[in-house]
Design a protein around this ligand. Structure first.
Ligand SMILES: [Cu+2]
Length: 390
């Protein structure tokens, strides 16, 4: 019987409580909506400002004009928003002239040497190079011409005889990703003033990274000790009219490099916060000195992401890869009709584009911070109006 003796009097009291609760909640909700509206307005204004900044940067990029500022006050202004002092985009006032005068790294794939044995000799030298217009950097460089080191081109089945001469001040080594070999033997440290020779058979076709493997590897790669080796498959790839090798990398600077050469900032390298990124060692060099193709030709890009840490998401603006050998696996058919392919740090990829319409086609890492920092170039197809190219 007790189950039926439910009292009815508490119900009106509950209704009174919840009525008060809803009134308070409505007031609070109204307040919250007002606060959110103010925040939304602020965010909109902020987005509009950064959008404007992006437009300016893109305009500067399209004109092939690096963002100019003096080494002094403006550089300091530029740094305030970042956790580590950044020298991104900091160049001398005559940067545009310097960029024009800079001899762009030859990206053309060299021919394969004849014979079964290909002898490669690289001398390591400590040297100052430019990594962007007027921005000098103390590298450890393979073959004495800055970073990347020379392009090595062989055919599947050939044997590579590698001699490393250490002309630098500390031990170095060379690690070929194209080799199947005991690294403790072949990739061992070579003392200053000494040289070391080892051989490996190029049995796996593709495009591979080579680099110094001496500890700390992060520092040795960041200081410019990297390059690309192309191993043609025994059964050749389809014919390409132009073949270019692009080695993507980052630079981490401890100063702006303008009045004196910068050296490595290990803090920035560890934080993966580069000041500059590049194709073939020098920011934006193929903007002022585009790679070329004729209309209707097939252009092949061999891309290696040297890092030391960041990947490169390779993309050619205005076209689609007709063939993409993802991860440079040429033992399987390529992918077709692909827009962007990630090339991992320490990896490679091979990409064909056939472009019929004359024009300027930017090639980029589509991880767009890279473009802002200099990892961008142009493929000029056919004749282009001079006004449009700069
Ligand atoms: Cu080294």
């Amino acid at each position: 019987m007790t189950t039926h003796s439910v009292p009815t009097h508490p119900r009106p009291r509950r209704e009174t409580d919840s009525g008060a609760f809803f009134k308070v909640a409505a007031v609070l909700l109204g307040f919250l909506v007002a606060v959110l509206a103010v925040f939304a307005l602020l965010m909109w204004a902020d987005a509009r400002e950064s959008g404007d900044a992006t437009d300016v940067a893109v305009a500067a990029l399209n004109q092939g004009t690096p963002q100019s500022s003096t080494a002094g006050g403006q550089a300091a202004d530029h740094n305030t928003a970042l956790p580590l002092d950044s020298f991104a985009g900091v160049v001398p006032d005559n940067a545009a002239e310097l960029a024009e005068a800079h001899a762009a790294t030859n990206a053309a794939l060299p021919p394969v040497p004849a014979g079964d044995l290909v002898k490669v000799k690289m001398t390591l030298k400590d040297m100052v190079v430019e990594v962007a217009p007027g921005v000098k950097y103390n590298t450890w460089a393979f073959d004495g011409h800055g970073a990347p080191g020379p392009i090595v081109h062989v055919r599947e089945g050939q044997t590579v005889e590698m001699t490393l001469v250490n002309g630098g001040a500390i031990p170095h080594s060379i690690d070929f990703h194209a080799a199947r070999i005991a690294p403790n033997v072949a990739f061992k440290d070579v003392a200053p003033g000494e040289s070391f020779t080892f051989r490996f058979k190029a049995g796996d076709p593709g495009v591979y990274m080579y680099h110094c493997g001496t500890k700390p590897v992060l520092a040795h790669i960041a200081n410019g000790m990297y390059g690309a080796i192309v191993v043609d498959p025994a059964k050749p790839l389809p014919r390409a009219d132009n073949e270019y090798v692009l080695v993507a990398s980052e630079w981490y600077l401890d100063s702006d490099g303008i009045s004196k050469p910068a050296s490595l900032s290990m803090d920035k390298a560890r934080a993966m916060a580069p000041d500059w990124t590049s194709f073939n060692g020098y920011a934006n060099q193929y903007i002022t000195h585009p790679l070329t193709a004729k209309p209707g030709e097939t252009t092949r890009f061999y891309v290696v992401a040297a890092g030391p840490t960041l990947d490169t998401d390779f993309h050619v603006v205005g076209t689609i890869f007709d063939r993409a050998w993802v991860n440079a696996d040429v033992t399987n058919p390529p992918q077709n009709g692909v827009q962007t392919v990630s090339v991992p740090a320490g990896g490679g990829g091979i990409f064909d584009v056939k472009i019929d319409e004359p024009g300027l086609y930017p090639f980029v890492s589509h991880a767009f911070a890279h473009v802002d920092l200099g990892q961008v170039g142009l493929l000029q197809v056919g004749k282009v109006d001079a006004a449009a190219s700069h």
